[in-house]
Design a protein around this ligand. Structure first.
Ligand code: FAD
Length: 469
């Protein structure tokens, strides 16, 4: 009897513990991807990008003599139907740790077990599972640095080679994922964002290789320069599991052995990703509400319709560095880490808007959207998170721009109204935005920011001084 391998965010043949376990059972393996209740909740860009990743994985499985069966519906219903159709006796998958995935997976596991099916989950999405890292007193870490110290010497295990995948004699029917129209929420036009993507396991490996060859040495300094392409861009692939965190970790370790100066910084960043999962696992509420609950009493604006929220989303605040970054995200589906911190600070502090507005907009726009890193990043920026920059430490967008976009190249690249002649990247922004925004490249760019660096800072600090907690 066959076994099912249920793929969710692990679109790779190499270092895939659930796939290896399914193959090692000796039975024919039927890989399945389900467009299920969790996928339905994703924002536009992540949903679309997930579909591209699944399709690429389907091709890779076909090349390896297997296939990927695409089905749509509630995960448990689909799995049960497939079990009935194929006579499968087991289902293998790699564990996820965000609240929506856990709710689904726990229900699937107990229902399948009750049906007499072996439902087996495996560790594959992060370096160290959240319950394996404990403080001296047996709790979980709320601060990054001690977390880093606790894991930096650990062995995450060796990278698993791609297995031989035994095929069944006959294949169950599959949907055509193109019929799911996963791009339909992409109002910005998927074809605008597409050139910036690197989809699939081979592309991911290529990115890691290129970064290790050319980027890692200068990474520690270059990673903060907004105009430079100084980081790995691997977040897009890590979030869909097109490469394993473990493969990146060992590449970083090798670079360290070779004396590459940026290697330790890279390993630390990978561990930030693990830390985000550590937090989300131990305090799932981090994805939906203030981690420090006293922040519920803060006078955030929570009204999405306010003019300043619109201006922030559309890159029309008049604060150039913020607007450049918001446009970069709209066109490319990604945003530089330093810029993420800046736009988040401007929204939550200068504009005093709730971080959840930003969290949702990022989830709609980012092709590297990750439920844990996004939540941690926003709560860190807003000051409401566990290991967070305090609310009273307000980034000054003007001096930050002077420091991290010294020659204004990043701003000129994205602000068509201010650059003459308009760059291709800036123009593509105006091609990308929906007509309903009523903007064009010939509009005047706001001559003054809707909130200046100094006034915004003062207003935020006053609100903080007068808070009720
Ligand atoms: P590199 O600098 O090359 O780093 C290597 C890897 O380390 C990254 O691919 C990523 O997996 C991990 N990493 C690096 N920085 C962080 C970090 N601060 N937190 C967690 N992991 C990190 N990252 C996402 O992957 N998805 C998100 O949805 C996301 N939302 C964010 C929201 C805010 C408000 C902030 C401040 C940060 C957010 N980040 C998010 C973290 C970070 O900005 C990105 O991981 C990084 O920009 C990805 O670029 P890179 O792959 O070139 O990173």
């Amino acid at each position: 009897a066959p076994v099912l391998y249920w793929t969710r965010r692990d679109f790779r043949l190499s270092d895939n513990p659930a796939l290896v376990a399914a193959c090692e059972s000796g039975a024919p393996v039927i890989p399945v991807f389900i467009c299920d209740e969790v996928v339905a909740t994703h924002g536009a860009a992540p949903k679309w990008r997930l579909g591209l990743g699944a399709e690429a994985f389907g091709e890779a499985l076909s090349d390896a003599g297997s296939r990927l069966v695409f089905r749509r519906g509630k995960a448990l219903d689909v799995l049960r139907a497939l079990i009935e159709e194929t006579g499968a006796v087991a289902v293998h998958w790699n564990r996820l740790y965000d609240p929506d995935s856990r709710t689904r997976d726990e229900a699937v596991k107990s229902a399948l077990k009750a049906d007499g099916i072996a439902a087996v989950s495996h560790a594959g999405h992060i370096l160290f599972e959240p319950w394996t890292v404990e403080t001296g007193s047996g709790g979980f870490y709320k601060v990054y640095t001690p977390f880093w110290k606790a894991v930096r010497g650990r062995d995450p295990g060796a990278v698993l080679p791609p297995p031989d995948i035994p095929a069944p004699q006959s294949w169950p029917e599959s949907d055509d994922p193109a019929d799911w129209a996963l791009a339909s929420d992409m109002r910005r036009g998927a074809e605008i964002v597409r050139p910036y993507l690197a989809v699939g396991e081979e592309a991911a490996r290529g990115r890691l290789g290129a970064f290790m060859a050319n980027g890692i040495d200068a990474y520690a300094e270059a990673r903060d320069d907004l105009a430079k392409d100084g980081t790995s861009h691997l977040s897009e692939n890590l979030t869909y599991g097109e490469i394993s965190a473990r493969a990146c970790w060992w590449a970083g370790q090798r670079a360290m052995d070779e004396g590459k100066t940026g290697a330790e910084t890279f390993l630390k960043e990978l561990v930030w990703r693990d830390f985000a999962y550590h937090l989300v696992y131990h305090t799932p509420r981090i994805t939906s509400g203030n981690w420090r609950e006293e922040w519920d009493a803060f006078p955030w604006n929570e009204d999405e319709r306010k003019a300043e929220v619109k201006a922030w989303k559309q890159g029309r605040t008049g604060m150039q560095i913020v607007d450049a970054a918001m446009r970069e995200m709209y066109v490319t589906g990604r945003m530089h880490n330093r810029a993420r911190m800046l736009v988040a600070s401007y929204l939550t502090k200068h504009l005093m808007c709730h971080w959840k507005i930003g969290l949702d907009w990022f989830e709609d726009c980012l092709v590297d959207w990750d439920p844990a890193s996004n939540a941690m990043g926003w709560q860190w920026s807003a000051g409401s998170g566990p290991d967070a920059t305090p609310y009273f430490r307000v980034f000054n967008p003007v001096t930050q721009a002077e420091k991290f976009d010294k020659h204004g190249r990043y701003r000129r690249r994205w602000l068509a109204e201010t650059s003459n002649p308009a760059t291709d990247t800036a123009k593509s922004y105006f091609d990308a935005i929906p007509e309903s925004w009523g903007m064009s490249a010939s509009d005047d760019y706001p001559s003054e920011p809707i909130m200046s660096a100094s006034e915004g800072r003062k207003r935020a600090l006053d609100a903080y001084e007068n808070r009720d907690f």
